[in-house]
Unconditional design. Structure first.
Lengths: 294, 333
């Protein structure tokens, strides 16, 4: 939706014919696409399409696979983990794991790729941490322990740590799942700000097609481990393309403010319960037949 | 921040006091003059040949076991991990028992063969337990403890088998040694061996404090922050095996120091390994030297194996950790 502002477009992440097997099962098959600097790219697709696996392969949390992944023009395998961490940071799927550190300690750990074993953090690092805490609005509870936070706060802290890491690309795995509307909006605003103000490239796995369509420059859809679609939000937001992808009918309507179609939930298959609903009638007659005794 | 420095400083002072005071405690009252080799011949010998080496050995063993427990709790992301519960001590004991039984006299780099055998046994146990824990997806507490128990059990049976094959004296020696104790420390030779091994292990653990912090937050996060996790783990496993191997070859398996000390230290200085590691080293030294002093004075003139004493402390502590909260997985608190 947004025009590419960076000219000429520099490819920061290039994936070519990448296949990946886990436990004898092919999770990803011949995946190819590339991401330009400053782009906001969403990865969508049904459950089990291989979205999380793909993101983990890009950050070398999973190793192996055939094909080629290049980060800033260099093959992924040629990076030391520490150097890769300066290029790519990763925000995992939110979970309830117990992390005994305070928010500040946790965000400080984002500076690991710039530390040597015996040094403490330098001034530049401290500034990066303060900036990250401020930008994500987590500064106010910086001294609280991470496992005392709510899901939304915790997600922001994870993003803050990824920001402090100072990488050019941030990978996110379903950052807004399990959050309420307000926290979802806050995380989305934050990501858009990081993308626009910081010029950080964002690759975000999501199930929320409407948000993906409204926020992203481009969308990649995976299905059964293959790239089923690459293109602009306008191209994917049509009933035929979506039905082919998710094997279920979709109802779309034009967004009232932006020139794009969005998905609206269809009505339930049964008529709403009312006068002629046999169940509701049964209930009422039953209630009438056995009046409450005083 | 300041509080953590104060705690570290207090621990250092306590450790210094223990090191200076405990050699004078015991059945035989030793006058201060023995320190500069004056007074009765007997007192000087007891002080320099028995008491001081023994307290120093307790220091080294306590530090090494505590650092080992700390490293394991971070890598396995589990509060119940420690060299003893994971069968690493049994592995080291088996290695040492094999050496004793085969009567192989050799040494390498001034370190006796028994320590190298114990190191090999310890490393074998780590690899086995870690492999079994890894084979099942994730690190479930149950898998880890079961693997530890299984490895311990196998190795202990092999030690028993070797006892069965040995003659009466040798088998008594083995049995007494498996109970764990510092009563065989005479002179500074063994102290020096253990100092080298524990020193190397401690250096590795201190070198990896940032990595230990990151590994505590989870393996994936650690990798994405730039930690070479496999290298880190390999180094830590070698470090723990060196320390436990050295300690077990001299003192036998001493349990639960590695379990209790990191938890006490977490309560005092928090989860940051840059503070936690030195705190655990000091605290382990203090705890084990105190326990050993108790072990040799409580039932004097007979000695209690210190392993029994630490197990009496550690067993209930272990149970308390186990029942304290339901979701133990992923909890390093």
């Amino acid at each position: 939706m947004m025009a590419m502002v960076h000219q000429p477009t520099e490819i920061v992440l290039d994936i070519r014919d990448f296949s990946f097997c886990l436990g004898g099962k092919e999770i990803l098959h011949q995946v190819s696409f590339s991401v330009a600097r400053g782009e906001f790219l969403s990865i969508v697709g049904p459950n089990g399409a291989g979205k999380t696996t793909l993101v983990k392969c890009i950050d070398r949390l999973l190793v192996g696979g055939s094909g080629r992944i290049e980060v800033f023009g260099r093959p992924l395998e040629s990076y030391r983990q520490r150097d890769l961490a300066r290029r790519i940071s990763y925000v995992p799927q939110a979970d309830g794991r117990v992390i005994p550190f305070t928010v500040r300690q946790f965000v400080l750990m984002g500076r690991y790729p710039y530390l040597n074993p015996f040094s403490s953090i330098d001034r530049e690092g401290r500034r990066a941490v303060d900036d990250a805490l401020r930008m994500t609005g987590t500064a106010e509870f910086a001294e609280r322990r991470l496992d005392t936070l709510s899901g939304g706060e915790r997600q922001k802290v994870y993003i803050a740590a990824a920001l402090a890491q100072g990488a050019d690309i941030i990978l996110l795995d379903e950052p807004t799942t399990f959050l309420d509307y307000r926290r979802q909006a806050e995380i989305r605003d934050l990501l858009t700000r990081i993308n626009h103000e910081g010029g950080t490239t964002i690759v975000c796995v999501t199930h929320d097609l409407n948000r993906a369509a409204l926020d992203s420059d481009r969308i990649v859809a995976l299905c059964g481990g293959r790239v089923a679609f690459i293109g602009t939000p306008a191209e994917i937001m049509n009933p035929e393309a979506l039905e082919r992808l998710f094997q279920t009918p979709f109802l779309l309507t034009p967004h009232p403010q932006v020139p794009i179609s969005v998905i609206v939930p269809g009505p339930p298959p049964r008529p709403p319960r009312g006068q002629d609903d046999p169940l509701a009638l049964d209930f009422r007659t039953a209630a009438q037949e056995t009046p409450l005794k005083p | 921040m300041i509080r953590r420095w104060i705690v570290l400083l207090s621990l250092a002072v306590l450790a210094a006091l223990a090191l200076a005071g405990l050699p004078f405690v015991g059945m035989e009252r030793i006058p201060l003059a023995a320190l500069w080799r004056q007074g009765k011949e007997m007192d000087v010998t007891i002080f320099w040949k028995l008491r001081l080496p023994r307290v120093m050995m307790a220091f080294l063993a306590g530090s090494g076991l505590a650092a080992g427990g700390l490293a394991f709790q971070a890598v396995f992301r589990n509060p119940l991990a420690e060299p003893f519960t994971l069968g690493v001590a049994s592995g080291a004991a088996l290695g040492a028992a094999v050496y004793i039984h085969l009567k192989l006299p050799f040494s390498l780099l001034w370190i006796s063969g028994v320590s190298w055998f114990a190191f090999a046994g310890a490393l074998l146990a780590v690899v086995l337990v870690y492999g079994m824990t890894r084979a099942r997806q994730g690190f479930s507490t149950a898998t880890m403890l079961l693997a530890g128990v299984a490895v311990s059990f196998c190795f202990s049976s092999l030690i028993l088998f070797m006892q069965y094959l040995s003659d009466f004296t040798q088998s008594f020696l083995l049995l007494r040694w498996v109970m764990g104790g510092l009563d065989r420390v005479v002179g500074f030779g063994e102290v020096l061996t253990v100092l080298v091994l524990v020193g190397m292990g401690t250096a590795i653990v201190l070198y990896l404090t940032h990595e230990l912090n990151l590994v505590t937050t989870g393996e994936e996060l650690a990798i994405s922050r730039g930690v070479a996790v496999n290298r880190t783990k390999t180094l830590l496993f070698v470090a723990v095996s060196l320390m436990v191997g050295g300690i077990v070859s001299v003192c036998g398996p001493i349990g639960f120091v590695g379990l209790i000390v990191p938890h006490i230290c977490r309560l005092m200085v928090g989860p940051d390994h840059r503070f936690l590691t030195p705190a655990a080293l000091l605290c382990g030294a203090i705890l084990l030297s105190l326990c050993d002093t108790l072990a040799r004075t409580l039932l004097a003139p007979t000695e209690l194996p210190v392993g029994i004493l630490t197990a009496l402390l550690g067993g209930p502590f272990f149970l308390w950790l186990l029942v304290r909260r339901a979701p133990l997985d992923d909890a390093v608190v």
